[in-house]
Design a protein around this ligand. Sequence first.
Ligand code: AMP
Length: 559
Amino acid sequence: MTAYPVGIDLGTTHSAVAWIDAAGRTAMIPNADGNILTPSVVLFDDAGIVVGREALKAVAASSGRVARWVKRDMGSPSYSQPIGGHYMPPEAIQACILSQLRADVERALGKSYHAVITVPAFFDEPRRRATAEAAAMAGLPILDIVNEPTAAVLAFGEQLGYLTSPGLAAGPLKLLVYDLGGGTFDVTVAELRPGQVRALATDGDSMLGGYDWDRRLVDLAAEAFQKQFGADPRQDTTSLHQLHIEAEQAKLALSARAKAVIRVVHTGRVLEVHVARQQFEERTADLLYRTSVTTRQVLSAAGLTFKDIQRVLLVGGSTRMPMVRKMLADLAGKEPHGEVNPDEAVARGAALYASHLLAKSQPPAQPTGRLPPTAAVNQRPSPQLQVTNVSAHSLGIEGYNVKQDRRGNTILIPRNSALPVSVSRKFITRKIGQKSIVVQVLEGESSRPEECTRVGRMVIRNLPPGLAAGTPVKVTYEYGSNGRLSVKADVSGVDRSMKLEFERTGERTAQQIAAWRQVLASEGSFSRLEPMIRSDQEAQRAKAGISNEEVVALLDAPS
Ligand code: AMP
């Protein structure tokens, strides 16, 4: 039985799936409606769970039962809106979308496939962890997680012949990938060589996307309505949802035309608000500006200027807004390129990456007939693909700084380090007879732990009595190409075989994931999910309560 490589772009507003076809090319897998894009929207109906177009249609009528833009809440304990009166974990909602995509894949390819899921490059550890859990809850066989811009560069590389026949491709290309989707934004500078994709620097914003542009139109129209009728449609959930749909439609129209109309319906009254493209651009200029600041920062982090960049790649539906193209053309002094389809590039690139991983695990040198039928592995003259990512955030440890007499963040792996990377650093215990040590992993740039994300921790308990103050502790962080972390700590003179699990903040056990998987796969009304939501919340709360009393911060000992 052969395994097909599959790429899944789990987007904020839409998701898409690609595979490598028999001719060795990437191809999209349509959903049951025959569409390439599946709205990332879930309706928790009494009759069951509905994902995609039908769920989107129900947004206005069943707003308390519909979840959308869930990707923005990944890494948080719960989705921002209650569903059926309950705060659900974002992972479980994303799992519903992934289950639907899984059904689409299985309808097209059968059960033998392995998938790669994409995430924004700047997704931190908790968000990556949450994505992996969502995939596990959906029962998806996942090979790895890959960064969206890396996938986009792979898709672009495929088009230019960089991944297939090196002879076709010219010399190295430096690219800037500007990815503005429905809910997230990121910029990556990368280098493309035959058979090689190397990210050089990356940054982004998990709370910036087309959604925010929609909101500005929602506000504009709601203010006009309020002025006319003295009532605010944003105060009513149903009116607000309907208005958001209208606002997004107007935004799409403004990409093609100079004017659009937003119809506001609230308390039985109707107002048609006319918007000009220029007015829209003025109302959103600050959002666009934020993206331009990030773009410049990423370039300078890569030690480059626009003169060094040969191509600007546009990814994500929101790059269709003329203001984006104009801003980038002004900044770069050259027109951005539209070679890759912004809706499909990420899924296609993920499929290429999946094929590369499968080829690595199933070397084409043994023609056993069990190799993937994908030409990507054994029919294409593919050079060995090399993909290098960078860390989007710095990873540090919460330590005790004696000189300043306060806790601080000591960075072990600086942002934009090429992955995989492994860094060890020596610390020492702080007090005589210290009973336990906490390696508290922080993600972020600040020197203050409270301004960083607490990714997880490792607790070494039951240290031998009377352990001397200043006992060396070697801490090692290993950061994989997929942006996932493992942590080791060795206390000098103490049982070296001691194996400790790195406890990720909020990570679920295999049993909890299996329980979610079972309940999500079962049929029936929303009430069947309620006991699971409650027990999940309790388990999460219990974890958050790990006692900190016994543990003493590490003292950084400069080596
Ligand atoms: P993605 O997450 O890449 O699917 O991007 C979806 C976002 O792109 C949504 O916010 C859409 O409203 C937006 N979008 C799609 N097409 C257009 C367009 N023609 N003009 C402006 N925004 C668009």
